[in-house]
Ligand binder design. Sequence first.
Ligand code: 5AD
Ligand code: SF4
Length: 484
Amino acid sequence: MVKEMYNDINLDRIDINLEPPTEEPARQYYFMAKCREWVKDFEQKNGRSPKSCVINFGCQMNARDSEKLRGILRDVGYIESSEEKADFVIYNTCTVRENANTRIYGRLGQLKPRKKKNPHMMIGLCGCMMQEPEAVEKLKKSYSFIDLIFGTHNIYKFAELLAARFEAGRMVIDIWKDTDKIVENLPNERKYTFKSGVNIMFGCNNFCSYCIVPYVRGRERSRRPQAIIQEIRRLVADGVSEVMLLGQNVNSYGKTLDIPMSFAQLLKEIEKIEGLKRIRFMTSHPKDLSDELIKVMAESKKICRHLHLPIQSGSTRILEKMNRRYTKEQYLLLVEKLRAAVPDISLTTDIIVGFPGETEEDFKETLDVVRKVRYDSAFTFIYSKRTGTPAAVMEGQVPEEVVKDRFDRLLYEVQSIAGQMCAVHEGSVQEVLVESVSEQDPSMVTGRLSNNLLVHFPGSPELIGSYVDVTLKECKGFYYIGMK
Ligand code: 5AD
Ligand code: SF4
């Protein structure tokens, strides 16, 4: 685990007897200092530091948010532990599909008896599910043993809320509906020394008719390019060589800035950062993917040869009902342009089956796109009804057996094509960023190619974080066995 640089703040020098500052992030540093006092008190009484565990659900944006929570917990004195041993368990929730919520209720049910046994124990909930008023109502009523509930817009206030919980001694809830606030320079606990996610924007304005994200993550807002560049420079100085630029719709980056800037222009600036070797980004919306961006990708030495380009459905009729604002033909044309400009690009996608009104004909259009594009991999989802979205009240909800059958057929198609796409690189030598010791075999390490495929090859842990040329010996469908 790595301590990331943020303003060299010494929490012990902050006078917590004064009134809290009103400006950010100074206000949060103040509350971190306050929490630290509480932690010291805990240490005196119990002869040990309190232990915490942040469990992440959902997407990479959430994963990055979880790193921010861990950074604050570390700096106030918590020791990271497993969920079983933790005195403070935080679930950073997702709500993109219904089953994400169901899982949280299930896990909370399991935590309850533990909390009864351990008087120190605290439970925190944050993230997208907390932005749904019905979910919070249910938690208040039936899960009153929870200590802290906050949402996606005020996550930067975590230290302040934690201090409020320590003081109140009972459940604290703070949920905001929306915000245009972006607070920079808070601490962070990165999972990897050599790669990191970097938020470039928050929220989403697209309102795809099935999707709850615009309601729970709020309106689109971009970070200032200077703040992004500065963060990446610091990360590189701290050993990072690969960044993943994160946003719900990175292709519309910069539209809301005082001095507007395109995503392609931002990429060009990031490319100039010395010491940075790989740039990834997600997620791209096909409707906003510009020719300028394709050109920048083609000319770049650092942008990875991979693009995640969610199609959602291959039927223009369904795409219209989804409010995706492109047609099947426009999407296919875009793929053609991308492949012409960047021939070795790997393409992945998201597909939803069973959107309301989807007929067999519509579904066959989706299969057709899958066969034409030949994705390197695809995430396939069964449509999940999200209350409050336009699609939830659309007619023609598709029966479960029909959806299941389509899902299986789609998965078969996606997997067989992905296997063939993976095999084309067999025998080539490619640069790999080594990420970890292989989970299956401790004498092997696992690394990632520019096109995002994984390779396992014989090697020792010292290789982690370095770039190695590896011969791709054998394709195993979704990954390779290689040799240095
Ligand atoms: N049902 C099923 N899948 C969904 N996604 C978003 N909302 C829903 C929903 N209501 C999928 C989309 C998106 C991915 C992150 O999750 O495919 O690209
Ligand atoms: Fe949801 Fe569409 Fe926004 Fe993606 S672009 S987060 S699918 S509304």
